[in-house]
Design a binder for this molecule. Structure first.
Ligand SMILES: Nc1ncnc2c1ncn2[C@@H]1O[C@H](COP(=O)(O)OP(=O)(O)O)[C@@H](O)[C@H]1O
Ligand SMILES: Nc1ccn([C@@H]2O[C@H](COP(=O)(O)OP(=O)(O)O)[C@@H](O)[C@H]2O)c(=O)n1
Length: 286
């Protein structure tokens, strides 16, 4: 029965082989190196599912700060881990419509997908991107119980699919053909057997300029939070240092990861390099 259903699905999706393992792309790197932008566009071009793991740590941090709990006080670790375990977090990525396309290469779509983040079914997409949350998220993400809880959540949502195209139809391809996940420990801990691991880096000044522009454009930061480029750069560097030096699953490049410096690249180029690498590896594995 299950096998028949699987064959039907395979036929609809035009797969050559049944029970094909989804192709996993792991993208890691320091803050504002371009991970989520690149990951979303790679997922869109390939029709893969996209999971932003940083959003999970941000949601938990938002909840912790809303309850006025100090994440830097070790006495609060158990309480924060419990919050992480109980939190119900859901992501919904809105991809651009891909009507009438047949071949993978034809799925080249240039509008940027957006991810909405729901915490207990409340849309917190902009609240989790404020500087206040950014300043505390690395302390929360360093807690072992929090990492365990997020690991379980991100692994289990691989089985669900909340992706949508802008025409509102569910994306029937995305969950089975492949998955793009971005974060800090994807290639090392979450998906250690990923088919392609990418470690994105960029000069910290360039990253700060990009992040500042993004904060201004999104209006996610309240007017009273005065931003300047030096402050943004300091915060990125401080967060990277905390992420690199924590005891549990620190930020590091997996041994078998491909490093890509985005400092002098356009978004299109960095996406293209990864998409071409996916095609190359799929071809050589066929
Ligand atoms: N090559 C690039 N050129 C210019 N801006 C970029 C490039 N790559 C990413 N960006 C921008 O930099 C900002 C940070 O990128 P983002 O994908 O959010 O990084 P991360 O997920 O690593 O924190 C975003 O506003 C994004 O649009
Ligand atoms: N897989 C992950 C993803 C994020 N994180 C933590 O969550 C924080 C926010 O992640 P993010 O990807 O939203 O951050 P940005 O790089 O977008 O600013 C990081 O600074 C890490 O502390 C992590 O520890 N492990």
């Amino acid at each position: 029965m299950l096998k028949a259903l699987n064959w039907r699905l395979q036929a609809r999706r035009g797969f050559a082989t049944a029970w094909a393992k989804p192709f996993q792309v792991a993208i890691d790197g320091p803050a504002a190196s371009g991970k989520s932008t690149t990951a979303k566009m790679v997922a869109q071009r390939l029709g893969f599912q996209y999971i932003d793991t940083g959003a999970f740590y941000r949601c938990i941090t938002y909840e912790v700060l809303s309850r006025e709990i100090d994440p830097t006080d070790p006495r609060n670790e158990e309480q924060i881990s419990n919050i992480a375990e109980q939190a119900h977090i859901r992501l919904q990525t809105l991809f651009a419509a891909a009507s009438g396309v047949s071949k993978d290469q034809d799925r080249i779509l240039h509008s940027l997908p957006t991810t909405r983040v729901f915490l207990e079914e409340q849309d917190v997409s902009s609240q989790i991107r404020t500087e206040h949350v950014s300043q505390h998220v690395s302390a929360v993400a360093a807690i072992g119980g929090v990492r365990q809880a997020v690991l379980q959540k991100v692994r289990s949502i691989g089985a669900q699919d909340d992706a949508r195209y802008v025409d509102g139809s569910p994306d029937s391809k995305s969950s089975t053909e492949g998955l793009v996940m971005d974060g800090r420990d994807i290639g090392t801990v979450v998906l250690p057997h990923a088919d392609l691991k990418v470690f994105l880096v960029a000069d910290s000044r360039v990253r700060a300029e990009r992040r500042l522009l993004e904060l201004i454009k999104s209006g996610a930061t309240p007017a009273q939070e005065k931003l300047d480029i030096d402050a943004v750069q300091r915060d990125l560097e401080r967060r990277d240092e905390l992420d690199r030096t924590r005891k549990v699953s620190p930020l590091m490049k997996a041994k078998d990861a491909m490093e890509l410096d985005t400092s002098g690249l356009t978004i299109e180029t960095q996406v293209d390099v990864i998409v071409q690498e996916v095609y190359r590896r799929r071809k050589s594995a066929a």
